[in-house]
Design a protein around this ligand. Structure first.
Ligand code: F6P
Length: 548
């Protein structure tokens, strides 16, 4: 199962030599040598335009990266995923988020069973439920219609739904309120239900396992809040639905499994926002828009599966990420959407990318001797410009950036004197990529009349790589396409690094230790502590602060 050691592959070593040879060659030189670079280093398909000309690559680097991908068996690995093979080897599971958006009638078999038919059966139930709630036919315990939806979940059972709700707010029911609770911090729950009428509030408890501490604590709090306000345990039947793979635990919690929407172990939590985990999204935007979003995902899936490597958007994005990470030594990636509706997109991508590729051993269990997943972070533009862009332009670290923008705003706002605020927004996006790539030399600074002493402070080195992704307009379909682009790019990186991008064992240790610590924090008498001296002291200090 395990691949030959990555760093010993001739393709890897050729890339190292090439990176050394092109060294600090400046993007200014590349653009000067090839006046058409900005039109040639571009890839456009399925509604997305990707300009990667400001990445520090030439045609040879791209060719070598594709050779590396071929040597790593990328085309075969893509097929294995789409065929439903158990490519999540440490959990012995298939990885089939692509089945969640496969059109009805397509067949994908897991152990001889067609999972696409199952997906559509759940989608149909979700749509029927969403229609009932949105039309007012679904009544709460006291006979009032549902006007508020509170989704409870964490990680993959929260970040996708929150991001999609924010992203598609323009398409959502404005006469309904949607809120999300994830943190075990009671403040999150308290603020989420603040001002809501329990008689009009539906809770969706989202948890793949239905055993997650935070979600169960919040779900119990929600049930207590709801029952206290409505004065009847039977209210749960009308005010709680569950999304889970674990019917037994759902029933144990007290939600009738008739009000449960299922999914399957072949859907990873961070790849689940287009499964029933997206029920809140469907309630907000309606089944038709939800299906348009799925069609966008599917269009990118088809592109990823069938486009040759040299014209394959996720393959290119993934390989550029490997190049920056392993050959330019860039440890992080900034995702910078110039679209307010995508304000939670970087947070969503953090789980997608870092829970997937933050691994230190290969699929076979050998320690890697190369860097794996970079750190993803970001904020919407232009806000980030007035915050951390200083470091991007003049700091000592290289941070490759993904700029994301749209041709049309969903909220055009004319500017006095002509144009629209959207032009201001996009002018900033375009200018930032240009400034990062080309900078401003000391000579240019001095020529502009800057005092010699200040010139070093006002010089911009440039040669800082970025990609720009443009689409016409943020629609449900485009959102699906964009998310699938990143999902598959993450997969490509994992294939090159020979890691399992679909497990998350790294989250377990902290969870286990917390169980012991909870018992110690809540013990009546001073507990006997057997941790290290720092942990012991923190437990004692917390107890003293709390009780003092
Ligand atoms: O943080 C670990 C994790 O297992 C994530 O992978 C997952 O998305 C999240 O917890 C929530 O899990 P569940 O949906 O089972 O509550």
């Amino acid at each position: 199962m395990s691949e030959p050691r990555l760093t010993r592959l001739p393709q890897w070593q050729a890339l190292q030599r090439h990176a050394y040879a092109i060294g600090q060659r400046h993007l200014r030189e590349w653009f000067a040598a090839d006046p058409q670079r900005g039109e040639r280093f571009v890839l456009e398909d399925v509604g997305l335009y990707l300009d990667y000309s400001k990445q520090r690559v030439d045609a040879d680097a791209l060719g070598l990266l594709r050779e590396l991908a071929t040597a790593r068996g990328l085309p075969q690995r893509i097929e294995a995923m789409f065929r439903g093979e158990r490519i999540n080897t440490t959990e012995h599971r298939a990885v089939l988020h692509v089945a969640l958006r496969a059109p009805a009638g397509e067949k994908i078999l897991v152990d001889g069973h067609d999972v696409v038919a199952d997906v559509h059966a759940v989608l149909d139930r979700m749509a029927a439920f969403a229609e009932q709630v949105r039309s007012g036919a679904w009544l709460g315990h006291g006979g009032k219609r549902i006007r508020n939806v509170v989704s409870i979940g964490i990680g993959g059972s929260d970040l996708g739904p929150v991001m999609a709700y924010e992203a598609l707010r323009a398409y959502s029911r404005r006469d309904m309120t949607f809120r999300f609770v994830s943190n075990v911090d009671g403040t999150d729950f308290a603020e989420a239900v603040h001002g809501l009428d329990a008689a009009e509030t539906l809770f969706i408890v989202c948890s793949k396992t239905f055993t997650t501490l935070e979600t169960l604590a919040n779900a119990h709090a929600a049930r207590a809040w709801s029952v206290a306000a409505l004065g009847d345990e039977r209210a749960v039947a009308k005010h709680f639905v569950a999304v889970s793979t674990n019917a037994a635990e759902v029933a144990k919690f007290g939600i009738d499994t008739a009000n449960m929407f299922g999914f399957w172990d072949w859907v990873g939590g961070r790849y689940s926002m287009d499964s029933a985990i997206g029920l809140s999204t469907m309630l907000a935007i309606g089944p038709e828009h939800f299906h348009a979003m799925l069609a966008g995902f599917h269009a990118m899936d088809e592109h990823f599966r069938h486009a040759p490597l040299e014209r394959n958007l996720p393959a290119l994005m993934g390989l550029l990420a490997v190049w920056n990470n392993n050959f330019l030594d860039a440890a992080s990636v900034a995702v910078l959407p110039y679209e307010q509706y995508l304000k939670r997109f970087p947070a969503y991508l953090q789980q997608l990318t870092m829970e997937s590729n933050g691994k230190r051993v290969t699929r076979g269990g050998a320690a890697v001797d190369y860097a794996t997943g970079p750190i993803y972070w970001g904020e919407p533009g232009t806000n980030g410009q007035h915050s951390f862009y200083q470091l991007l332009h003049q700091g000592t670290r290289i941070v490759p950036c993904d700029f994301i923008g749209f041709g049309q705003s969903l909220n055009p706002l004319p500017v006095q004197g002509g144009g629209d605020q959207h032009d201001l927004l996009l002018a900033n996006l375009i200018a930032q990529g240009e400034a990062l790539a080309f900078g401003k030399t000391a000579e240019e600074v001095r020529a502009a009349g800057t005092d010699a002493a200040l010139a070093p402070h006002r010089t911009f080195p440039g040669n800082r790589p970025s990609s720009t992704i443009l689409a016409q307009r943020l629609t449900p379909r485009v959102l699906g396409t964009l998310i699938a682009l990143y999902e598959h790019s993450v997969f490509v990186q994992g294939v090159i690094w020979d890691i399992d991008s679909f497990d998350q064992w790294g989250v377990e240790l902290g969870k286990q230790l917390a169980k012991t610590t909870i018992a110690e924090l809540t013990a009546k008498d001073e507990p006997k502590l057997a941790h290290d001296s720092s942990t012991n002291a923190l437990i004692r200090r917390y107890r003293a602060l709390r009780d003092g």
